[in-house]
Write a protein of this length. Structure first.
Ligand SMILES: Cc1cc2nc3c(=O)[nH]c(=O)nc-3n(C[C@H](O)[C@H](O)[C@H](O)COP(=O)(O)O)c2cc1C
Length: 439
C-alpha cells in the first residue's frame, strides 16, 4: 500500500464540500415512502428482475441482441465471476456522513465516476433510442458516449443535451474518408473525446442473433451516423460491393422480407433516401464495417487527425497498454465488450490491475459486468478512474424510455453512495485496493 493510501485509510477526510452531494438515502427513502402507498418502482432495482422485465417486454430477437454474448456466454459469466471474486472489507467509525463522488477525467470534473457506454442499435430497446438516453444522461450530468452504431445521429443527440458532456465512440471503417468524417463530426458536436473501440474489427460469433437470423444493421437499424454522413451518402448511388456469402440466390419474397423492406423504406424516408439507396446503404455498410487489419499505425494517424483526447476501448493485455501509452493514447478502457466478441475471454476485472500497472499513470476506465454500485466500488478500488454502464441502462430504456434510463442511473449511483458510506470511504478518490479482499 502506498503512503497516500495508508493516509486515506487512517484519517477520515475533513474537507468535504458542505452540500450533500450524494443522494443514496434520498433515493432509498423515496422508494420506501412510495411503497407505503402501494407504489413500486416501474423499473426494477434488482438486476436480475430488471433484465427479466426487459426480456418480457421485447421480442426475442431484440432482447437477444441486447442480452446475448459471443459463443456460449462464458465471457459474460467470467465478467460476473471476476467481480464476485473481490469482496469489500468495510471499515467502521469513520464519520462518513457526507460522500463525494466527484471524479476528474482528462481535465474535466464530473459529478460521479459513471459514464454511459456506447450501445449500438438501441432502437431494439425503445423507439426514442439514443435520444432518450442522451436526455437522461444530460439530466444526470453523466457523460454519454455516442456509438458509431447509434440509432439517432450525433448531431440530434448533442442538440438535445445542451452543454452536457458527451464523447464519440469510433468504429474504424475500411473507408478512411468515412472514419475521418465521423471524427470531424464528433469535434463539431462538442465531443470531449474519441473512444476508439479496438475489439470489434469484425463482429463476434453471436448464437442468439444467429438463431434469430437477426442483425439490426441488415435492416438499417443502428445506422444513423452513416445515413446522416455526407461521405457515406456520397456512395449510395453506386452499385454495392458484394458481401462474402452474398453470392447466394436472392431471398424469396416472404411476408417477413416484405415487412423488412417496408421498414427499410420508412427509415430511408426519414433520412431522405429511397429504398434503392437504403439497400445500397446496407450493402455498403456490410462491405466496409470490418477492419481486421486495424493496427497501431492507425492510432498514430488518428492522433494526427484530431486534437481531442483518444481513449482506447477494449484493452485487456498489459503489453497493449504499454504500446498505447507509447502511441499517444490519453486513456484506456479495460473492456471485453460485455462478452459479445470472444467467448472464453478473461473476465474484464481480472485484466484491470495488470493494465493499470502498465498504463504508467494514464487514466484507466472499466466496463463489462457493472450491474450496481458495489461493482463500481470494486472497480474503482482496483484503480479504475471511472466505469461505463452498459446493459442495465439499455433495460431501463426498454421499460420506460428516458425516465427508465434516469431510474437506472439513480439506482446505481445510490448504491455506490451507500456502499461508500457503509464501507467507511466517503470519497471515491480515496478508494484503494486495501478496501478489498480476494474471496
Ligand atoms: C446491445 C449492445 C450494443 C453495443 N454496442 C457497442 C458499440 O456500438 N460500440 C462499442 O464500442 N461498444 C458497444 N457495446 C459494448 C458496450 O460499450 C460495453 O463495453 C458493454 O456493454 C459492457 O458490458 P455490460 O453491458 O455487460 O456491462 C455494446 C454492448 C451492448 C450490450
Amino acid at each position: 500500500m502506498t503512503q497516500e493510501q495508508t493516509r486515506a485509510q487512517e484519517a477520515p477526510p475533513q474537507d468535504l464540500p458542505s452540500g450533500e452531494r450524494s443522494h443514496g438515502r434520498v433515493r432509498q427513502s423515496g422508494i420506501y415512502l412510495a411503497g407505503l402507498a402501494g407504489g413500486r418502482p416501474s423499473v426494477p432495482v434488482e438486476w436480475s428482475a430488471l433484465e427479466a422485465a426487459a426480456g418480457a417486454a421485447l421480442p426475442a430477437a431484440s432482447f437477444g441482441y441486447l442480452a446475448g454474448g459471443a459463443g456460449q456466454g462464458h465471457t459474460m459469466t467470467a465478467n460476473a465471476a471476476a467481480l464476485e471474486r473481490w469482496r469489500i472489507v468495510p471499515r467502521m467509525m469513520r464519520g462518513s456522513a457526507t460522500r463525494d463522488l466527484r471524479t476528474e477525467l482528462l481535465g474535466h470534473t464530473y459529478p460521479s465516476p459513471l459514464l454511459l457506454a456506447p450501445l449500438g442499435a438501441l432502437e431494439c430497446a425503445h423507439p426514442q433510442a439514443d435520444l432518450a438516453v442522451a436526455r437522461a444522461a444530460a439530466a444526470a450530468g453523466v457523460p454519454y458516449v455516442f456509438s458509431s452504431q447509434a440509432s439517432v445521429d450525433m448531431e440530434t443527440c448533442a442538440e438535445a443535451m445542451g452543454d452536457a458532456p458527451r464523447m464519440f465512440q469510433l468504429y474504424w471503417s475500411s473507408d478512411d474518408d468515412l472514419t475521418r468524417s465521423f471524427v470531424q463530426r464528433a469535434e463539431g458536436v462538442g465531443a470531449r473525446a474519441i473512444v476508439l473501440t479496438l475489439d470489434t474489427t469484425l463482429l463476434g460469433w453471436r448464437p442468439r442473433d444467429l438463431d434469430q437470423g437477426y442483425l439490426p444493421f441488415m435492416r438499417g437499424q443502428g445506422m444513423a451516423q452513416y445515413l446522416s454522413d455526407p461521405v457515406f451518402r456520397s456512395h449510395l448511388n453506386e452499385a454495392g460491393s458484394p458481401e462474402p456469402g452474398s453470392s447466394a440466390a436472392p431471398p424469396t419474397p416472404t411476408p417477413a422480407l416484405l415487412d423488412a423492406m417496408q421498414a427499410l423504406g420508412a427509415k430511408g424516408k426519414h433520412h431522405g433516401l429511397s429504398l434503392a439507396q437504403m439497400l445500397a446503404a446496407v450493402a455498403r455498410f456490410s462491405a466496409t464495417f470490418a477492419r481486421p487489419d486495424l493496427n497501431w499505425d492507425d492510432l498514430s494517424r488518428l492522433r494526427e487527425w484530431t486534437r481531442l483526447p483518444i481513449l482506447l476501448k477494449g484493452i485487456l493485455h498489459p503489453d497493449d497498454a504499454r504500446e498505447a501509452v507509447q502511441r499517444g493514447a490519453d486513456a484506456l478502457i479495460v473492456s471485453n465488450h460485455g462478452g459479445r466478441q470472444i467467448d472464453g475471454s478473461l473476465g474484464a476485472l481480472d485484466a484491470l490491475p495488470g493494465v493499470i500497472e502498465a498504463a504508467g499513470g494514464l487514466p484507466v476506465l472499466f466496463d463489462s459486468g457493472i450491474r450496481g454500485g458495489a461493482d463500481i466500488f470494486k472497480a474503482l478500488a482496483l484503480g479504475a478512474r471511472a466505469v461505463l454502464l452498459g446493459r442495465p441502462y439499455a433495460y431501463g430504456l426498454t421499460l420506460a424510455g428516458e425516465a427508465g434510463v434516469r431510474e437506472v442511473i439513480a439506482n446505481v449511483l445510490a448504491e455506490l453512495d451507500l456502499t461508500l458510506a457503509l464501507a467507511g470511504v466517503p470519497r471515491v478518490q480515496d478508494l484503494h485496493p486495501g478496501v478489498l479482499a480476494r474471496a
